[in-house]
Design a protein around this ligand. Structure first.
Ligand code: SF4
Ligand code: SF4
Ligand code: SF4
Length: 437
């Protein structure tokens, strides 16, 4: 049991303490950990960090910034949990440990601006116009030619290469009405969770998702007042803002009677399906008013046959496409075969599997900034795996992975596009509509 003393860590008690104590130190998590793979240090893998958590919990160590950085040295990729024979979720312990550190040392101001202002207060969406203008004026490539991103480190430099194509001047939620009606009698009422990245930068994903759902005959509701999913706050140990985000999203979605809630952001989906229940102790449907599905999960499981009918026929030339499994979609939501099923029915593409498709891309939020060398080595390995397939397109389901992988590919001057699976699908449906005229 935890003794109460000045060093007590209440956020690590209960469920988390049980996880720490149950670790039998077998080391099965070592070989699957992408961080351990890079630096071979025990503190990189789950066993080492769990031992550290135990020492903290039992007062054998005092929290300090060095320990804080060890807890930050984790991608929250859940690979250790998948390998653990005892069924532990070490990543959840590390998120709670980060929360203890934030409580004790507070957040550095820059992190506080990013997590509490930009994401917490939704200020990222009000920057959409500025990002759009900067993109159109090619300011990112000008900055690149002046080597500005390089000064800020490898990860920032990589990010400056991300293919942003087109960023609309207004956020997605301002461009689309709250309720969208399909043609004919609606098949049901779907709530759409937009997510910050897709509300501002990657709006093509939100547009494709909503259009596909409408084409299938659903009424699509995009509740006003929804905000960031809260995963960035969870990962950064800011549990207070996370709880505010849960309350905000709960009240936004519960205003409607929905048959399902769809999200097309892997990390956001794992927040709604996995983190919310961890914090609220109730399932996603109770917190948000309806069960949550990732878009590829929903489409492949319910509408594969309907979608096939909407696709173009007689496509002669096929483009090679491969697929990267986002950790938060594959491991945390169990969505693996569904995106592949969608890619398989697209007549314009030939699906080719990449080696180690389920290996993390090294993004991991703050990890990318704190551990730029490790993050870069991991994504470079992913880039090689993609190159080896000969694919011209990488499909995926996560904005974080998209930024990381797109940046790495374009930085090397490769002519390989990085797209969300639903964007490819919507393009196919549009081609199908033209075919059928
Ligand atoms: S969550 Fe991923 S990065 Fe973190 S310890 Fe587990 S395997 Fe390693
Ligand atoms: S695999 Fe599980 S039980 Fe074994 S060392 Fe890792 S966390 Fe502990
Ligand atoms: S995980 Fe997705 S929904 Fe959540 S903050 Fe990031 S982009 Fe937004």
């Amino acid at each position: 049991m935890t003794t109460s003393n000045d060093n007590s860590l209440p956020l690590l008690e209960g469920y988390y303490e049980e996880q720490i104590i149950r670790c039998m130190k077998c080391g099965m998590c070592q070989s699957t950990c992408p961080v351990y793979y890079e630096d071979s240090l025990e503190t990189g893998c789950a066993r080492g960090k769990l031992a550290l958590s135990e020492a903290l919990l039992h007062g054998k160590l005092e929290p300090n910034h060095k320990i804080e950085m060890i807890f930050n040295k984790c991608l929250l990729c859940h690979a250790c949990a998948q390998a653990c024979p005892v069924g532990l979720s070490p990543d959840k312990v590390f998120a709670a440990a980060r929360a203890e550190m934030v409580k004790r040392f507070n957040m550095p101001w820059i992190k506080s601006v990013i997590y509490r202002k930009l994401l917490g207060e939704g200020k990222l969406s009000s920057l959409t116009g500025i990002l759009s203008l900067a993109n159109r004026l090619k300011l990112f490539s000008i900055a690149r030619s002046l080597s500005i991103p390089k000064i800020l480190g490898k990860s920032v430099e990589r990010l400056s290469f991300v293919d942003l194509s087109d960023i609309p001047s207004r956020p997605f939620t301002d461009r689309f009405p709250e309720v969208l009606e399909p043609k004919g009698i609606p098949l049901g009422d779907i709530g759409y969770f937009v997510g910050c990245a897709q509300n501002s930068v990657f709006q093509d994903v939100a547009e494709a998702s909503v259009n596909i759902l409408l084409s299938l005959g659903y009424r699509v509701i995009i509740p006003k007042g929804q905000g960031c999913c809260g995963f960035p706050h969870y990962g950064a140990g800011d549990f207070e803002t996370l709880k505010q985000k849960i309350a905000q999203n709960s009240s936004a979605f519960k205003r409607y009677k929905l048959d399902a809630i769809i999200i097309s952001c892997a990390t956001g989906g794992s927040a709604l399906k996995d983190v919310y229940p961890e914090i609220t102790k109730e399932d996603d449907a109770s917190t948000l008013g309806a069960k949550v599905y990732d878009i590829s999960e929903f489409l492949a499981e319910r509408h594969l046959v309907d979608l096939k009918k909407m696709l173009p026929k007689n496509i002669q030339e096929k483009v090679k496409v491969t697929y990267h499994d986002a950790c938060h979609l594959n491991r945390l939501q169990g969505v693996f075969k569904q995106p592949r099923e969608l890619l398989d029915i697209m007549p314009s593409y030939e699906f080719v599997e990449m080696e180690n498709s389920t290996k993390c891309c090294g993004e991991g939020g703050g990890f990318t900034v704190y551990y730029q060398d490790i993050s870069t080595s991991i994504v470079n390995r992913k880039r090689e795996a993609i190159k080896n397939t000969g694919a011209k397109v990488v499909a995926l389901g996560c904005p974080g992975c998209r930024a990381q992988i797109s940046g790495a590919l374009k930085q090397e001057g490769l002519n390989i596009d990085t797209k969300h699976t639903v964007c490819l699908l919507w393009d196919e449906i549009k081609k199908g509509k033209q075919n059928n005229l």
